[in-house]
Design a protein around this ligand. Structure first.
Ligand SMILES: [Fe+2]
Length: 239
């Protein structure tokens, strides 16, 4: 889960989610019935600045698979940019100080995203992406995860094949995910796919741009960041 540190300051309150306050989303009750609207504003409003979370390993430790230069650019520039943009977008709004996951769900707005969605989801996705890798990692998992993979995909080999296929067929930038799809009949998010034979199973899904499986209340387990690599590398060289 997201663990970025926060720094706080007092600023005047500005409304942001007024149009949503009358909807079931305003208290996020469909995600967490025990949660209250304690973050509703009273002046002065406490703002919390998200900070860029460092990668969980040295920037050169994924070589030769991912170079230090790629990490410096992808984490140090792109990921940092999402954090800086989101802080500007949410300062003084009802989103300020919320958990990143809640910002993602709220700003997804049932498939009609607010501008802050892209920044928030890309921060979460990249945090999760860095955690999906480690120096010397890879290979076949063990234990319960392997059992579930074999149950739901037939074999580890077939899972790898389907996962790669999902990533390679995502048009443009996006993500491929291994996720657990629970059967959540009580979820109030109308975007959540209808119950199906994939309930209570591992699933492979691909998502465009910043979208991630949290918006459907799935539990992500592994991800691949699908870059438009040529564009990124050309941009890097030009600028
Ligand atoms: Fe990325």
């Amino acid at each position: 889960m997201h663990t970025s540190s926060l720094t706080c300051a007092l600023i005047p309150f500005q409304g942001f989610l007024g149009s949503l306050e009358s909807s079931s989303h305003s208290c996020l009750q469909w995600r967490n019935p025990k949660r209250t609207c304690s973050q509703k504003a009273s002046k002065p409003y406490i703002t919390a600045q998200l900070e860029l979370k460092p990668p969980p390993y040295p920037l050169n430790s994924l070589e030769p698979h991912m170079s230090r230069e790629t990490l410096e650019y992808h984490w140090g520039k792109h990921h940092r940019g999402y954090v800086e943009t989101l802080n500007k977008q949410i300062i003084g709004t009802e989103l300020d100080g919320m958990a990143l996951e809640d910002i993602i769900i709220l700003t997804y707005n049932r498939g009609d995203p607010f501008p802050a969605f892209n920044s928030a989801a890309q921060i979460w996705n990249h945090d999760f992406f860095w955690e999906s890798m480690k120096p010397g990692g890879g290979g076949k998992p063990t234990g319960n995860l392997l059992q579930l993979i074999e149950r739901d995909f037939g074999s580890y080999k077939e899972f790898v094949k389907e996962f790669k296929l999902a990533a390679s067929t995502q048009f443009g930038s996006g993500w491929a995910w291994l996720a657990y799809k629970a059967n959540r009949l009580d979820v109030g998010n109308s975007i959540n796919p209808r119950p199906s034979e994939e309930d209570k199973k591992l699933v492979i899904v691909k998502t465009p741009n910043a979208v991630n499986p949290l918006v459907w209340d799935y539990s992500p387990l592994l991800t691949i960041d699908v870059w438009e690599v040529l564009i990124h590398s050309m941009t890097h060289q030009i600028f």
